[in-house]
Design a protein around this ligand. Sequence first.
Ligand code: NDP
Length: 243
Amino acid sequence: MTDLTGRVALVTGGTRGIGLATARALVEAGATVVLTGRDEARAKEAASAAGAAAGLVLDVTDAKAVSTLVRGVAKEHGRLDVVVANAGIMEDALLGMIREELVDTTLATNVGGTLHTVQAAARAMMRKKTGAIVVLASVVGQYGSAGQTVYAASKAAVANIARSAAKELGRSGIRVNAVAPGVIETDLTSGLSDEAKADNVAKTPLGRLGTAEDVAKAIRFLVSDDAAFITGQVLGIDGGLVL
Ligand code: NDP
């Protein structure tokens, strides 16, 4: 059993889906967890559901707010060992239908938000020369997806944030990895038609869609000492979908 007793963890976008499951999984392993969301009531409710120490308001597109919150968590708990940059959005659009606003919002949230979080985490972890960061990429960032050009581009960028940050931060004892989930049943994918879901299941060797817990457990492994020599990796959690 993974033991994270004494570790302090921050999960962005922890109000539901993969973020909430990750917060729960880290709490189960003994970590003190702070989760965030854009709405105060939702963040507090999720924190209580996950057994987290706090649910705080954060919009990850606001670099200053990210920096202040991360510094505050590290100060209040005396350390920051684990950061999961999970907050993200997905909106589909065929090439000809892509609006500027969709590009701006997707890149600001998925790329900008992840970058701000990794930067702030690195600053907080640097002094103690230890820490583990996980960012949320996607199989579509690796292999592309019709109707998801903007989202796929943003997730390719996220994977490369992990690789580059891992190279830069390794000497400071900070590991940075990405997970690349396939189709996971959360609010994000609730708009998929039954036909699209069945098609994905048919293409998946393990014969089902993923759950938020599938991803959470892999993240818990990556931030634990069991993964002490793993950094800069993009771990597929997709039941073999991309094979
Ligand atoms: P959900 O839509 O269920 O949850 C998204 C979370 O992100 C919510 O907690 C939401 O909080 C938060 N969020 C969104 N925008 C912002 C923002 N600007 N600032 C702060 N928080 C924000 O998504 P999933 O759990 O499915 O996805 C989590 C991550 O995993 C995302 O990065 C997604 O791209 C990635 N992923 C998901 C896959 C899937 O199939 N589900 C597959 C591959 C990757 P709020 O309460 O404020 O809305």
